[in-house]
Design a protein around this ligand. Structure first.
Ligand SMILES: Nc1nc2c(ncn2[C@@H]2O[C@H](COP(=O)(O)OP(=O)(O)OP(=O)(O)O)[C@@H](O)[C@H]2O)c(=O)[nH]1
Ligand SMILES: [Mg+2]
Length: 174
């Protein structure tokens, strides 16, 4: 299993990446390009899983080299992986264009609604359960900067792992 952090530019992907993975970050150059991206590992229920900080994108129709790399990285993802779509909770409407794109392509998406601390500062609350119902995927509110919601995010990632294992087993018995 690998975990891909995907989202618009400047939504807090790298901050969340550091929260999830800690220290040992590897910077890789995507072959044939000038684009660098980060990978590291996190501990999920005793298993070391790879986490990829994917370059920021607005849609799956790339308009720059970095976006092109992001799309190519995602193309390597399978059902066993988790695509954590990091969205800026203070800019939800704009961010959800990419979410729809990812869902339409059938990626194993989870939503991490970031910047919850800023929303709290504005006295705003996002209906996370409502979003779960609309999109049919797990939705977790986080503040990557403050470290809030990270444990819940980890456990939801671990849950979706067991769900997909179950799916595999069900598939075998058919
Ligand atoms: N208030 C607040 N600021 C945050 C939070 N997460 C990230 N930031 C800030 O948002 C800015 C962008 O964060 P990054 O982690 O660099 O965002 P990114 O998505 O990796 O950006 P790109 O790599 O450029 O696409 C930084 O100034 C962060 O400190 C959060 O939960 N709350
Ligand atoms: Mg970044």
């Amino acid at each position: 299993m690998r975990i891909f952090l995907v989202g618009n530019p400047n939504v807090g992907k790298s901050t969340l990446f550091k929260e999830l993975t800690g220290a040992r970050i590897i910077i890789s150059n995507y072959p044939g390009t000038t684009v660098d991206y980060y990978t590291s590992r996190m501990n999920l229920n005793g298993n070391r899983v790879e986490v990829v900080d994917v370059p920021g994108i607005y849609s799956l129709n790339p308009t720059s080299e970095a976006e092109n790399v992001a799309v190519r990285i995602l193309e390597g993802c399978s059902d066993k992986d988790a695509v954590i779509n990091v969205v800026d909770g203070t800019n939800l409407r704009r961010n959800l264009f990419l979410t729809l794109d990812l869902l339409e392509k059938g990626y194993p998406v989870m939503l991490a609604v970031n910047m919850i601390d800023m929303l709290e500062g504005y006295g705003l609350v996002i209906d996370l359960e409502g979003l779960e119902e609309i999109f049919g995927v797990p939705v977790v509110g986080v503040s990557a900067r403050k470290g809030d919601g990270i444990e819940e995010l980890r456990s939801r990632i671990a849950d979706r792992r067991s769900v997909s294992l179950e799916e595999v087993l069900n598939g075998c018995s058919d």
